[in-house]
Design a protein around this ligand. Structure first.
Ligand code: TRP
Length: 450
């Protein structure tokens, strides 16, 4: 059976962007940046993105292009009987765990969109959104209902194979999301307190750099937002044919730059608003959900329209990322356990839903007091995967490409036009990225102060 291939290099790039841009940019980036002091975090994050994330993305594409299979298969094929395939397995586990809580957050977004449509959030008085949000996420079962709605949509898309429709809608909705974010950032700059917000995001407080967990948070966020460290980009590279003619380094650079622009613009939207409302930047996972309604409710005209549009687009961005994440487990179940696609979809999404329920109930609801290492269930699964599993998956990828491949194989697969850049990439993949990832992981495991 011949495998599907990307129709064009633009199609390949857009698919990668659609996977990358999601709740990581809109929900996770601002709250993590807010917790770790803003600009100092942004600086370390940008270094991680360009010196570790970008080279890792090129490495993942290369493995897929060479193996022409999904992550586990590509590893197994390019390096038979070697331990590297563990990287593929780890990716399957990680993707399963990530979608389990990702769908919960998508559920929050959908609930918000719905609440604006029926007119309930608009009734909340200025300053009251935090309580409104707390009431929702702490409810006995509502977050689970919305999580299940989201998982059913994911299952539906995978079951009926309307992936093409999703890809098409990405071409329309992604750019619209970019437009609305730029408009909101422009609006944010007109608010009182905007300059404080911009200073928080762009003028570093150097003392924040002494905290080793900032580096872990930055590297984890950079892998998460770029969809790296679990074989998604290996799988995408696996659909590349020679004829497509996409140059991996150029495509990866575009994906990374676009994803980073989304995050920075979201940062401007959120932090100008946070300071204008006079809120704490370290709100945790609720940040976007508390700040944005305050902004929309304050708008003189069109607030409701903007809000519905905004939450709808965020939802689509989240859903497309969740679909790409679920696909890892589904295609694994199909190949490894030899199930039909439909059976695999039902079983895998069912299991993901069950595993996500404790996350949905952990934010003040029935499992609110159940803590693991002092973290709620949702935060625990989030930190475990994003800050540990993804960097470890990325480490396996760069070690494999930098050291596991003989001779010029890595060079050939990556196909750099400019040999100097190619050498720099190889240096990053062989030395810089693995050493930095190891240092950051060890420093955090053993609590070493920087
Ligand atoms: N990058 C997506 C986001 O920012 C989430 C995501 C999709 C992801 N696929 C992934 C994260 C693979 C890690 C690995 O929302």
């Amino acid at each position: 059976m011949s495998r599907e291939q990307w129709g064009s290099r633009t199609g390949f790039m857009l698919a990668a962007v659609a996977s990358a841009v999601g709740l990581g940019n809109i929900w996770r980036f601002p709250y993590i940046a807010g917790e770790y002091g803003g600009a100092a975090f942004l600086l370390v994050y940008l270094l991680c993105i360009f010196l570790i994330g970008l080279p890792t993305m090129i490495a993942e594409f290369s493995i897929g292009k060479k193996g022409q299979l999904d992550a586990v298969g590509s590893f197994a094929k390019t390096a038979p009987a070697k331990p590297w395939v563990i990287g593929g397995w780890l990716g399957v586990i990680t993707s399963f765990l990530i979608v389990s809580f990702y769908a919960v957050i998508c559920g929050w977004v959908l609930y918000y969109m719905f609440s604006y449509m029926v007119g309930s959030i608009q009734q909340v008085e200025a300053g009251g959104v935090e309580e409104y949000f707390g009431g929702f996420i702490g409810h006995d079962f509502l977050p689970v209902i919305w999580q299940i709605v989201v998982m059913a949509m994911i299952a539906g898309v995978l079951y009926f194979g309307v992936k093409k429709g999703i890809e098409l809608s990405n071409k329309i909705f992604m750019p619209l999301l970019a437009v609305i974010l730029v408009v909101l950032a422009g609006y944010g700059m007109t608010l009182d307190g905007a300059s404080e917000g911009l200073a928080f995001l762009f003028i570093p407080d150097w003392s924040a750099l002494g905290d080793p967990s900032l580096y872990l948070a930055a590297i984890g966020q950079s892998f998460f937002t770029l969809s790296l460290g679990m074989g998604i980009m290996v799988t995408y590279g696996g659909y590349l044919s020679k004829q497509t003619g996409a140059r991996l380094p150029g495509t990866a650079t575009r994906v990374v730059v676009l994803d980073t622009l989304f995050a920075v613009v979201v940062g401007i939207v959120i932090f100008t608003a946070v300071f204008s409302i006079g809120m704490d930047t370290a709100q945790g996972p609720g940040l976007v959900f508390v700040v944005m309604p305050e902004v929309f409710n304050q708008m003189a005209a069109g607030g409701t329209f903007f809000a519905i549009f905004f939450f709808f687009l965020v939802f689509i961005a989240g859903l497309s990322s969740a679909i790409s994440l679920s696909e890892v487990s589904v295609s694994f179940a199909m190949r490894q356990v030899n199930m039909t696609r439909r059976k695999a979809v039902l079983i895998v999404t069912g299991l993901i839903t069950l595993f996500g329920i404790p996350s949905a109930l952990s934010q003040g609801g029935p499992l609110g007091d159940f803590l693991i290492f002092g973290l709620s269930f949702l935060d625990f699964v989030d930190v475990l995967t994003d800050s540990y599993f993804l960097p470890i998956g990325g480490l396996i990828v760069v070690l494999f490409v930098g050291w596991g491949w003989k001779g010029n194989a890595a060079f050939e697969a990556a196909d750099f036009k400019n040999p100097t850049l190619g050498k720099f990439w190889l240096f990053l993949v062989r030395y810089f990225a693995p050493i930095m990832i190891i240092i950051i992981l060890l420093a955090n495991l053993f609590g070493i102060e920087a």
